[in-house]
Design a protein around this ligand. Structure first.
Ligand code: ATP
Length: 252
């Protein structure tokens, strides 16, 4: 098997007496969409924050394409190809769609936020930024202020911003959260279209989306990975049904 793009071994995060992640082992293969599911409070967001270097683990190791990230701050991890989206969108509301993406392009190019006036005047920066709108459905909205976007459009924009850093691995924290049916379908289509471009770790509660997108699924309960496997293996796993859904519930 190819070298995993992400290799997590024995990752632990304690908050006082609470084990938010409990010796988590996880791999994401190149080109894979690996879904991470689990009940509220299972530790999914905590795990993503540890991968990004926003939270320091108590134990364990994280490698991106064979390179250890353990001693690296978040900015270096982004430089090596990690990007995340957030459960609650994190955008600049008084700037346009294109401004928000151009800023991410500029940061990737190594410029500091202090020079960000260029974002509104630099033609090549704006041209490059607009390429990340392709397939998001936001193309006609590039000059709209973020504050005027729907929730679904903001989620699409957040994804475009993450892509503008040209990641090798995208960590998606509930991209479907708060979306209506049509918006969820658009997001599924967008993510499917990205599959050959970037590997993904997809944290998601919407099981229709998970089953539509995932190559493999890992199930986190009380900080522990209780199962990992193909969609069919996870659908049929009795421990997953009991721990995650409750006895007798259908996993779909
Ligand atoms: N900064 C923190 N300080 C103390 N406890 C925390 C902190 N962050 C998270 N926790 C706790 O760690 C556990 C895991 O939380 P986390 O947000 O990672 O779960 P989650 O699986 O992402 O949940 P959800 O699906 O609701 O987003 C929870 O019990 C939460 O209350």
């Amino acid at each position: 098997m190819a070298q995993p793009i992400l290799n997590v071994r024995g990752l632990v995060k304690r908050f006082g007496g609470l084990l938010a992640t409990d010796h988590v082992d996880l791999t994401v293969q190149p080109g894979e969409i690996h879904a991470l599911i689990g009940p509220n409070g299972a530790g999914k967001t905590t795990l993503i924050s540890q991968l990004m270097g926003e939270l320091k683990p108590n134990e364990g190791t994280v490698e991106l394409a064979g390179q250890s990230l353990d001693a690296l701050p978040t900015a270096r991890r982004v430089g090596l190809g990690l990007a995340r989206t957030f459960q609650i969108t994190c955008l600049l509301p008084d700037y346009t769609v294109l401004d928000n993406i151009a800023l991410a392009v500029q940061v990737r190019q190594g410029h500091s936020f202090r020079f960000w006036k260029n974002v509104r005047s630099d033609r090549s920066l704006r041209d490059e930024a607009s390429t990340f709108l392709t397939g998001t459905g936001l193309e006609p909205r590039e000059n709209e202020l973020v504050a005027n976007l729907s929730h679904g459009e903001q989620k699409q924009l957040e994804l475009a911003i993450a892509l503008a850093t040209q990641p090798r691995l995208l960590l998606l924290d509930e991209p479907m959260a708060g979306l209506g049916h049509a918006e969820s379908q658009q997001m599924i289509k967008t993510l499917r279209g990205l599959k050959n471009q970037v590997s993904m770790l997809l944290v998601e509660h919407d099981m229709d989306a998970v089953f539509a997108l995932a190559d493999r699924i890992s199930v986190l309960v009380y900080g522990r990975v209780i199962a990992s496997g193909s969609v069919d293996e996870i659908r049929q796993n009795p421990e997953v049904r009991t721990a995650y859904l409750g006895e007798g519930d259908e996993l779909c």
